[in-house]
Design a protein around this ligand. Structure first.
Ligand SMILES: [Ca+2]
Ligand SMILES: [Ca+2]
Length: 235
């Protein structure tokens, strides 16, 4: 009977130590879990920045690559006037702000042939078949306002999104709107070293807490063992 008690006690101490270490790790890593939550400027793995700045499409197009990403997910990447590929992305970009804003589309090079001119390859997303009729090319998306694109006065070649409802308009090169949307695409950016996920690399404070907790447990365990030793001697 006495032998069983002496085996059980150390086992209990080890179990207790493991549970306490687990609790300490969860408490310390809680901050990382919060950091990993997607922010309002990230959608589908891309980052977006709405810039409130009244100006022309050309001014917005020139400024976009000079602005840093609003989220660390796209840190160090070069942005471009946003390219919209789906209704869901349109809804997200619409939700960023309330003002009319420039997007990365233009038909300045060839009237009626609308391209996403701010990205590599400048893909054609629609070809106009008349006023207010520019059907999306296969695999692309459009959200023109009723009656647009209309190339009014023969001079509307730049894509804006209306802040009122998220539909699109073709506007002139001298037209100014409330702002523009910059997009950052990790897949399109130059290769950069991939940082380890937060969960793979414990932060310094996590290690400190774990170390502190374990050494405290060590002291307590030694104290328990010395008490046992004293009891055994007095017996
Ligand atoms: Ca046009
Ligand atoms: Ca128009």
């Amino acid at each position: 009977m006495q032998a069983n008690v002496s085996v059980r006690k150390p086992v209990r101490f080890v179990l207790l130590a493991a549970v306490l270490a687990g609790i300490l790790f969860l408490v310390a890593s809680h901050g990382n879990v919060a950091d990993a939550k997607p922010s309002a400027v990230v959608y589908n793995g891309h980052c977006y920045r709405y810039v409130a700045s009244v100006g022309t499409w050309a001014a917005a197009n020139a400024a976009a690559p000079t602005l840093p990403s609003p989220d660390s997910l796209c840190a160090g990447m070069t942005g471009y006037l946003a390219v919209i590929n789906s209704a869901a992305e349109n809804t997200f970009v619409f939700g960023l702000a309330t003002g009319d804003r420039w997007l990365g589309g233009s038909d300045a090079a060839a009237e009626g042939t609308w391209r996403w001119v701010t990205i590599s390859g400048q893909p054609i997303f629609c070809i106009a078949a008349g006023v207010g009729n520019c059907p999306a090319q296969p695999g692309y998306y459009t959200n023109w306002a009723v009656g647009d694109p209309n190339n009014q006065t023969g001079a509307e070649h730049y894509l804006e999104m209306y802040g009122s409802n998220g539909t699109w308009n073709d506007a002139t090169g001298v037209w100014t709107v409330a702002g523009y949307v910059v997009e950052y695409d990790p897949a399109a950016a130059a290769p950069t070293p991939v940082p380890a996920k937060p969960s793979e690399v414990p932060e310094a404070d996590t290690l400190l807490l774990l170390g502190g907790g374990m050494s405290g447990l060590g002291v307590w365990l030694r104290w328990q063992w010395s008490k046992r030793g004293q009891r055994t001697k007095s017996n």
